[in-house]
Design a protein around this ligand. Structure first.
Ligand code: TXA
Ligand code: MG
Length: 342
């Protein structure tokens, strides 16, 4: 299959969004930008296309997909019942990086929800995603547009690395603003539970709901969200995560890097920009200079960059778990094969 690369700047924008929408309506797969990461979209109501998503990504059959909508009214079609909490949270955070899990209606196929009786609904805040959804006229299921297990894509180039030749088209909307996925919040019970930390933080949710919100723990036995049990977001190189205060973490990383390179290994290092000078002997990628927010934004690109440089290990600095730092550390821990506390 020849994958179309569709630009969305300048005069071709409207035409290319129309083309992408037609492909989706016809049962094709189209990658598109959102404010979090790129999604791999298909019509929610085309079972064959939904199955193609699982096949193309190599995604385990038991990992359900998020349904994207262009207006909140569509929740009525997808959900069996809508708790008041949905409207309260929608008013504050939607459109935006918050996905809510509700009891599903009969309109949503078991293939989409991997057999669960719930559906995850997301109303993205990206002009191209919204234009595509509106033009397609159907809710769009979309997991992140990467091969299963690989780092999520935050540019159209990343999508191309994983899926060129396997999908109908890629809508190029430039780099994603947030860089990590949406928060997945289960609101089917009286007490909401964060199944995946993401773009909307726990602190923000607690402030609006005036209650403490639990974050589901990842367990391999009974995951609250099927996606939680898989190794994820991981580059090919082995990731070693250094958790703790920045100074001792960077010192430990330096010692560790010396040991590995002493054994003849190619070493990659990811840390905040100013640390670069100390790691100039290695393959250094900066995670920016504004803490967890810039690190979250650069994380997946950094993984892919270091994989292209063929390093065999990536040493990464940890961050504090406040606000977006919680989503960042969640992704780093899932990618890491070794965690070192300093
Ligand atoms: O930001 C995002 O959410 C991106 C963009 C493209 O919208 N999408 C995304 O999709 O990250 P994906 O498939 O990579 O991750 C969806 C997560 C998985 O962990 C999945 O298990 C969980 O949401 N999920 C989906 N439906 C669910 C449901 N009904 N109940 C519990 N978890 C669900
Ligand atoms: Mg994903």
């Amino acid at each position: 299959m020849k994958t179309k690369f569709l630009k969305t700047s300048g005069p071709v924008r409207a035409r290319n969004i129309r083309t992408a929408a037609q492909l989706i309506r016809g049962g094709g797969l189209v990658a598109f930008p959102t404010e979090t990461v790129y999604g791999l979209g298909a019509s929610t109501f085309s079972i064959r296309a939904v199955k193609d998503i699982f096949r193309v990504k190599g995604r385990p059959q038991d990992n359900p997909l998020i349904v994207h909508v262009w207006s909140l009214d569509q929740a009525w079609i997808l959900a069996r019942s809508i708790p008041v909490m949905f409207w309260v949270l929608a008013e504050h955070f939607l459109p935006g990086p918050l996905t809510m899990v509700l009891k599903k209606s009969d309109r949503v196929s078991d293939v989409v929800t991997a057999g669960l009786d719930t559906v995850a609904i997301r109303f993205p805040d990206h002009p191209i995603a919204r234009a595509l959804l509106r033009e397609a006229g159907v809710p769009i299921v979309a997991p992140s547009a990467n091969l299963s297990g690989a780092p999520s894509p935050t540019t159209a180039q990343h999508v191309g690395e994983d899926l060129d030749g396997k999908i109908a088209a890629i809508l190029d909307g430039g780099p994603c603003k947030i860089g990590v996925e949406s928060t997945v919040l289960d609101i089917t019970h009286r007490m909401p539970v964060i199944l995946r930390p993401g773009g909307v933080t726990r602190e923000q949710l607690e402030e609006v709901l005036h209650m403490r919100i639990r974050v589901a723990r990842t367990t391999h036995l009974r995951p609250a969200s099927p996606g939680m049990k898989y190794r994820h977001y991981a580059p090919k190189a082995e990731v070693v995560l250094f958790e703790g205060k920045a100074k001792p973490a960077l010192r430990a990383m330096k010692t560790y890097a010396e040991q590995l390179s002493g054994k003849g290994m190619r070493v990659g290092v990811m840390a905040e920009g100013p640390a670069g000078a100390a790691f100039s002997k290695y393959h250094f990628v900066s995670l920016g200079t504004s803490g967890a927010a810039s690190a979250a934004n650069r994380l997946f690109d950094a993984f892919r960059t270091l994989d292209r440089r063929n390093v065999s290990a990536i040493l990464c600095q940890g961050f504090s778990e406040e606000a977006i730092g919680s989503a960042l550390m969640n992704r780093l821990r899932k990618a890491a094969s070794r965690r070192i506390r300093v």
